[in-house]
Design a protein around this ligand. Structure first.
Ligand code: SF4
Length: 76
């Protein structure tokens, strides 16, 4: 029960160009340990229900071109 109080709130933003990049989509799907990215064949989708699992590892940020993926913490 207590764990539910420890949820973090994260938003992941992908810029339009990167979101439509099928190659990058596959890479993002592969690097994220908690499956927040889903490659669709024509780009990438964010799996909303997994967002709160984000461990802030920055692997997605490093895998994408500079500034293409942003992890936002919605809490202090
Ligand atoms: S920071 Fe890590 S866990 Fe969070 S979305 Fe990126 S790859 Fe996934």
């Amino acid at each position: 029960m207590a764990e539910t109080l420890n949820r973090v709130f994260i938003d992941v933003e992908i810029d339009a160009a990167a979101a439509g990049d099928a190659e990058l989509a596959k890479k993002l799907e592969e690097v994220c340990p908690v499956d927040i990215f889903k490659a669709t064949g024509s780009g990438v989708e964010i799996v909303e229900e997994n967002l709160d699992e984000c461990v802030l590892c920055d692997l997605c940020v490093d895998a994408a071109p500079d500034g293409a993926v942003t992890i936002k913490k919605l809490y202090e």
